[in-house]
Design a protein around this ligand. Structure first.
Ligand code: FAD
Length: 426
């Protein structure tokens, strides 16, 4: 322990602020194998915590997550379609603490002092660590588009974090007039779940087709192209003809400003007053990562792809949506895959062994209607110091695939959800 750190720990102990966390010992390392603290109990953080304990049960693992109930974004578009309930997406942390001995603290990390390997919880107690994993997901960039802030989100839900926002958007869809117009505003990339807005268009389309067949859905998109575009467009024309219209950036589809009180969206050339406005704002890494200096000017966190360690602060791994892992998309599968790799690296380094090289993957199913799904898959490895997609392992479901394949992929999508939940939280 360096001198600066020892002095700081002594000073904090004297103030009584070092021991106020009921579940965790104040001093570090309690275990000879080391203490790893993980910020964020989403797909990245929960998976990393579990796999660290799998790899070495001697490592003390503390998971800090404010929510007792975590609602998964994956499958939250199905709630809008009436194909799933919100409670069915709820995850808790009891299995992680009971089965794996992970210390789960329901609190918010409010500061990180990387130089002395300390973090602050709830603006109060300080906790020392040997290794830190930061996996806080995303934060919304308010006022991008202009006028879209936390208050506006109560009128024009983003529903880009599952929970009350999902419920609000679903309720608005149910309450809108039968011949109403729904708009989805898509921000410029990068954002969480690149195919997510287009899956949402399908599933809102499914709801409208069942309950309000005279309604229309308008996508105002700040991008020209998008993930699985051909297969999505085929699904729109097969399942929702004349219902879904998309305006890309070349048609001035990017929303620049909103007026939440009048449900109006403004692009460079037009103004759209709609019945339901689902505004997905621009995003950046979770707030704690940005305020601690883990993010660069892009708002996302650069990492060394051979370890997923921050290139800006020492001994901190950044995982999941918060990190820059291009070309790997920001998805739950990718977060889960990165988390297992980081657990291998941390366990190896704490044991003074050589860590492995990364081998990562992503699979993302999109559901367009009951019995109709398709997917994209990618495998990734390190090449000349950067993450590269393996061209031979990249696949998107084919066009004109026929009902059997779409139905099979719909079944696979349910299997994917059940298994990633078990793998990350079970
Ligand atoms: P998160 O899941 O957001 O978890 C981060 C956690 O950190 C949160 O629980 C938060 O409370 C906590 N946290 C934040 N700040 C702090 C702090 N200061 N202290 C302590 N804790 C903190 N991906 C797929 O693979 N397949 C899909 O089908 C899919 N569908 C999607 C559909 C939608 C509509 C959306 C929006 C996303 C979808 N995704 C999907 C993407 C997926 O949800 C994300 O990529 C995934 O949740 C990222 O995991 P994460 O752990 O990085 O972040």
């Amino acid at each position: 322990m360096n001198r600066q750190r020892r002095l700081l720990l002594q000073a904090l102990a004297a103030t009584g602020l070092l021991g106020r966390l009921p579940q965790a010992q104040a001093t570090c390392a309690c275990s000879e194998a080391g203490r790893v603290v993980i910020i964020g109990g989403g797909f990245a953080g929960a998976t990393c915590a579990k796999y660290l304990r799998y790899l070495n049960p001697q490592i003390e693992v503390i998971l800090i997550e404010p929510k007792r109930d975590y609602y998964t974004c994956p499958f939250s578009n199905l709630v809008l379609a009436g194909m799933r309930t919100l409670p069915s997406l709820r995850q808790r942390y009891t299995a992680l603490s009971k089965n794996y001995g992970i210390q789960v603290i329901h609190a918010r990390v409010t500061a990180i002092e990387a130089d002395v390997r300390l973090l602050q919880v709830n603006n109060e107690a300080w906790l020392p660590y040997d290794r830190l994993v930061v996996a806080p997901g995303i934060s919304m960039l308010w006022n991008a588009p202009a006028g879209y802030d936390e208050t506006a989100a109560e009128y024009m839900p983003h529903a880009w974090a599952a929970g009350p926002q999902t419920r609000l958007l679903r309720d608005q869809l149910q309450a809108m007039p039968d011949n109403g117009v729904v708009a989805i505003s898509v921000p410029p990339r990068p954002f969480r779940c690149p195919p997510g807005p287009y899956e949402r268009a399908c599933l809102i389309g499914h709801y409208l087709k069942q309950h309000k067949p005279r309604a229309k859905l308008l996508m105002l998109d700040a991008n020209e192209t998008f993930s699985k575009q051909d297969v999505f467009e085929e699904a729109w024309s097969v399942l929702y003809p004349d219902m879904i219209e998309r305006v890309g950036v070349s048609g001035y589809g990017g929303v620049t400003r909103v007026d939440a009180r009048s449900n109006t969206l403004f692009t460079e050339t037009d103004r759209y007053k709609v019945d339901v406005a689902n505004v997905i704002p621009s995003q950046q890494a979770g707030q704690i990562a940005v305020q601690s200096g883990l993010a660069d000017d892009s708002g996302w966190c650069p990492i060394d792809p051979s370890t997923f360690k921050s290139t800006l602060l020492p001994d901190i791994h950044v995982l999941g949506d918060a990190c820059i892992a291009d070309p790997i998309p920001k998805s739950a599968t990718a977060a889960n895959s990165q988390a297992k790799f980081a657990a291998l690296v941390i366990a190896a380094e704490l044991a003074e062994e050589t860590p492995p090289l990364p081998s990562l993957h992503n699979t993302c199913y999109s559901i367009a209607a009951p019995d109709y799904a398709f997917s994209v898959t990618g495998m990734y490895a390190l090449e000349s110091g950067a993450i590269k997609a393996n061209a031979r392992a990249a696949a998107v479901s084919p066009l004109a695939a026929g009902n059997d394949l779409r139905k099979t992929e719909y079944r696979y999508a349910q299997g994917w959800y059940d298994s990633i939940i078990r793998d990350s939280f079970g």
